[in-house]
Design a protein around this ligand. Structure first.
Ligand code: SAM
Length: 326
């Protein structure tokens, strides 16, 4: 393989994520009328096992809940917020927000990914009326790798390069330093070294005014050194995916350092198993239990034990937490 292709297995994880989401939608775990636009026609029928669908459901609903809370909390402070999704891939969250009343409280929504991924996404946005029609004043730039509109913006970058060189010019023009800003890292930091992910987070911490609330959400695998974690890690490595970020986070507690090491004032983490057991409403658990047969509850718990959502808040002294959820 030519050296520039060594990241191809990492980029392919985006198709996995999109297909997993589509499967959960087709099996009625989740409602998302937008995801089918981002999946090639040939893959429109590719159901995932029940275990994966349940994991996708818990992850997606939890992150939606945190994002919505962020938007509502900013609104309560009389401010619109900004959302930056790093390694956004084919994520549809912007369109789901755009279809809701909450879009009125979002000043900017920025997605970042490799140029190969942003080019494909920009093409889908331009070609589909359902998707592109929800944006106003679309312009495409940098040879088709970037797309701008009033609220939604898609930028191409390699997050491992120092953000000061690769991200600054376009981001600096768009982000208001004084607004509450939420950073989303959904299944992306595990593909970067700890020092590269640290410098991305630190860049944002340094950029914003200290008085502006900064939030972060990380969804990732952890605990990959225990026996089941090793199986999960081997599965990925068999597909040539390097996991340089996985080692330093053996426990749920260690995940808090993602934020606490960067002057965040609070951080919390929950595994998907904990969320499913304690926070998914009973009615929903009942509803999804009827969607598909799941025989392997032990295996489900083992897998959900190795995925966590961590969320951090950086405010001024006395601002308290973003949410006491958990
Ligand atoms: N966040 C999306 C979601 O949850 O559906 C996509 C997740 S996908 C597993 C990981 C994404 O991160 C891919 O789209 C990949 O291209 C992107 N990514 C990984 N490393 C990156 C890097 N160094 N720079 C830019 N994007 C990266």
């Amino acid at each position: 393989r030519p050296p520039q292709d060594s990241d191809e297995p990492i980029r392919l994880t985006d198709s996995d994520a999109a297909l997993a989401r589509l499967s959960a939608v087709q099996k009625h775990y989740l409602a998302d009328p937008f995801i089918r636009h981002f999946v090639p026609r040939a893959h429109l029928q590719s159901a995932r096992p029940p275990l994966i669908n349940i994991g996708t459901y818990v992850r997606s609903e939890s992150i939606d809940w945190l994002v919505n809370t962020w938007i509502d909390m900013s609104k309560a402070e009389g401010k619109k917020c900004q959302i930056v999704s790093l390694g956004a891939g084919s994520d549809t969250r912007f369109w789901r927000i755009a279809a809701s009343h909450r879009i009125a409280d979002v000043a900017k929504y920025i997605e970042l990914d490799f140029p190969e991924i942003t080019t494909k996404k920009a093409m889908v946005i331009r070609k589909s009326k359902d998707i592109g029609g929800m944006l106003s004043n679309i312009t495409v730039g940098s040879g088709g790798t970037t797309l701008h509109s009033d609220v939604y913006n898609l930028l191409a970058t390699d997050l491992r390069h120092p953000p000061s060189s690769s991200l600054s010019p376009p981001l600096l023009n768009m982000l208001d330093k004084s607004l509450p800003t939420l950073l989303l890292f959904e299944c992306v930091l595990v593909y970067m070294t700890p020092s590269a992910s640290s410098s991305v987070i630190q860049w944002f911490v340094d950029y914003f005014d200290d008085s502006a609330p900064l939030g972060g959400i990380v969804y990732e695998m952890f605990g990959l050194e225990d026996s089941f974690g090793k199986v999960m890690k081997n599965n990925l490595m068999m597909r040539n995916v390097e996991l340089p970020g996985a080692e330093p986070y053996p426990t749920k507690e260690s995940l808090l350092q993602r934020f606490l090491a960067h002057r965040f004032t609070s951080a919390q983490a929950l595994t998907l198993r904990e969320i499913r057991n304690a926070y998914v409403p009973r009615g929903e658990l009942e509803r999804i239990s009827h969607l598909e047969m799941l025989d392997e509850i032990e295996e489900l718990n083992l897998v959900l034990d190795h995925y966590a959502i961590t969320w951090g808040f950086k405010g001024q002294d006395g601002d308290g937490q973003w949410t006491n959820w958990g």
